[in-house]
Design a protein around this ligand. Structure first.
Ligand code: G3P
Ligand code: CA
Length: 253
């Protein structure tokens, strides 16, 4: 990977658009990801799941009920049905008709243009999804560090161990909001396969940031929904903020 940009002695904080520019546009839609790119996000964050008939789709909840006009569990629904749903209207009529994106269309539309932070959402529901995701990245030569910014993360640590074995050159992240995952032992264990430790901001402390760094990992924290939260994380000197508002800026820049 290219060297991280620095400002003086300090590392630039990556600005990661959580599910897209979710503060302004429907989450996990092209409209929201395009807006994040316009807002100069360093990465977009996407949630990947799988339809009943095996297509990888980008949606956060394990059911379609909250963010679409349909109903049911993602893994029980066919791709044709999922694709027919309106994933935009709930956020405003100007977004009517925004479909649930496929994982492949997101890779093809954005790789090389913006970093992509890929979350495997509830991978325990989708046996073999790790191999499927790895294959889609390999088909596009995104499995080797070049000038592409790709990270794969999950709350499911076993899934991330698998992912690290499948794609040894792609950075892996672990997600948690659990303080029990911040002990020295737990962090040491994560560092065997993870490059990023990504906690909710409520459990971030200066000490945690230092511990993560001393193990050679980076730290990205979520979900920022206020300038105050962003400022706290800038102060903590995390490496990335995962935010619904990618237009928040580091006041020290
Ligand atoms: O990237 C961090 C964040 O996405 C984890 O929480 O529930 O928004 O997927 P969630
Ligand atoms: Ca996510």
């Amino acid at each position: 990977f290219a060297e991280e940009p620095t400002i003086g002695e300090r590392k630039q904080v990556d600005n990661i658009a959580h599910r897209g520019a979710t503060g302004y546009a429907p989450e996990n839609t092209i409209a929201g990801f395009d807006l994040a790119v316009d807002m100069k996000a360093d990465y977009i964050e996407i949630d990947v799941q799988r339809s009943k008939d095996g297509e990888l789709v980008v949606i956060h909840d394990t059911s379609v009920d909250r963010t679409t006009d349909g109903t049911g569990k993602v893994g029980d629904l066919t791709f044709d049905y999922l694709r027919s749903l309106d994933a935009g209207s709930w956020k405003g009529e100007q977004f009517a008709g925004e479909p649930i994106p496929t994982f492949e269309e997101i890779l093809d539309r954005y790789h090389g243009k913006v970093g992509i932070l890929i979350e495997l959402k509830a991978p325990e529901l989708y046996p073999g999804i790790e191999e499927q995701v790895a294959d889609k990245l390999k088909e596009r030569n995104l499995d080797k560090p070049q000038n592409e910014k790709i990270i794969i993360q999950s709350f499911n640590f076993e899934s991330m161990k698998t992912m690290d074995q499948l794609l040894p050159k792609v950075p892996i992240g672990v997600l948690t909001s659990n303080r029990a995952d911040t002990t020295a032992e737990a962090l040491q264990e994560f560092s065997a396969y993870a490059d990023w430790f990504n906690p909710s901001y409520g459990i971030v402390t200066e000490e945690l940031v230092n511990q993560v760094h001393s193990l050679g990992m980076q730290i990205g924290s979520w979900t920022v929904r206020s300038q105050e939260a962003a400022d706290f994380l800038f102060e903590m000197e995390v490496d990335a903020i995962i935010t619904d508002y990618p237009d928040y800026v580091d006041p020290r820049n």
